[in-house]
Design a protein. Structure first.
Length: 303
């Protein structure tokens, strides 16, 4: 059993081809730009999408803890009293209330994955474990990867590699591709933005490469953090030293995740930032290419 908050079918952004992405709950980092805030904690969370609420008050009727307070055209969520029982989500027909996260069995997830085998075969796709951080649940990740391998499904792991080295021991032989987020080469800057230094991450990336596992280095490009040619070039130089590196991919910052924070009752931490202009992204991509590696931009150019 493992803690999962979503299973996304027909994904095209988490590895080659058409994929099914399994999102694990829990993460050791606290990146201020995180686009999946529901994956930060391993605990279940109540998600409220106000635009879907029709003010039917069914949630208030069933909740004995007084979490839902409806008055006029407003619906207040008193999260401090919520016991996360999920009763309100069960009676919310419009889907405004959702209980995010829960225990899932490998067999159940594999059944979902296998529904799209034909698309994997035609596109060169497969399954990707993402999060959160899958390596916070190494036993569950290993069991799921084993099941996918036995079923002949291509496997990918999307990880920060912020984990103990032994967490990788049984995982790497089951992984066809590793998507590794490298956010900054300066450990102090990395710690200020994510809560952790980067020494273990970089050491683990070298270990993955030495084990012969193909790697795609992905760089979230975030304003005021690493959106300079010098910062991106430094990451590209590190990527160039990984012998199994396929390419480096820049992921320009966007604000699409802010609605998720609001639905969880959290103020979006990036509301003061603006997306990086395309011309600037192109400049950063060229800075990475200057070290002689292949560079892609999410949703854009390659080369």
């Amino acid at each position: 059993m493992g803690q999962v908050f979503d299973i996304q079918r027909f994904s095209t952004h988490d590895g080659p081809g058409i994929r099914t992405t399994v999102f694990f709950k829990g993460c050791p980092l606290r990146c201020f730009w995180c686009q999946n805030p529901e994956g930060l904690t391993s605990e279940r969370q109540l998600q409220f999408t106000a635009t879907r609420c029709v003010l039917c008050a069914e949630c208030a009727k069933i909740c004995s803890a007084g979490v839902h307070v409806l008055a006029g055209d407003s619906h207040e969520i008193r999260r401090e009293t919520c016991r996360l029982c999920g009763g309100c989500a069960e009676v919310c027909l419009p889907g405004a209330l959702t209980l995010v996260g829960g225990e899932r069995e490998v067999a159940g997830i594999l059944a979902v994955v296998l529904q799209d085998r034909v698309y994997y075969d035609q596109s060169g796709g497969g399954v990707t474990l993402s999060g959160g951080e899958p390596l916070m649940q190494p036993d569950f990740a290993r069991s799921l990867l084993t099941a996918c391998r036995e079923a002949g499904i291509h496997t990918a792991l999307d990880s920060s590699l912020c984990c103990a080295p032994d967490a990788l021991t049984d995982i790497l032989p089951l992984t066809d591709l590793l998507l590794v987020d490298i956010k900054h080469m300066d450990s102090a800057s990395h710690k200020q933005a994510t809560g952790r230094g980067n020494e273990r991450i970089l050491a683990n990336a070298h270990a993955v490469s030495e084990a012969g596992v193909p790697i795609i280095i992905r760089v979230p490009v975030v304003p005021s953090f690493n959106d300079s040619p010098a910062a991106i070039r430094a990451i590209a130089e590190f990527a160039a030293g990984l012998r199994t590196r396929q390419h480096l991919e820049l992921l320009p910052f966007h604000r699409l995740g802010e609605a998720k924070y609001e639905s969880l009752g959290v103020q979006p931490p990036t509301s003061h930032l603006e997306p990086i202009p395309r011309q600037r992204v192109a400049e950063l991509a060229n800075a990475a290419r200057s070290v002689g590696i292949s560079v892609k931009v999410a949703g854009g150019e390659e080369g």
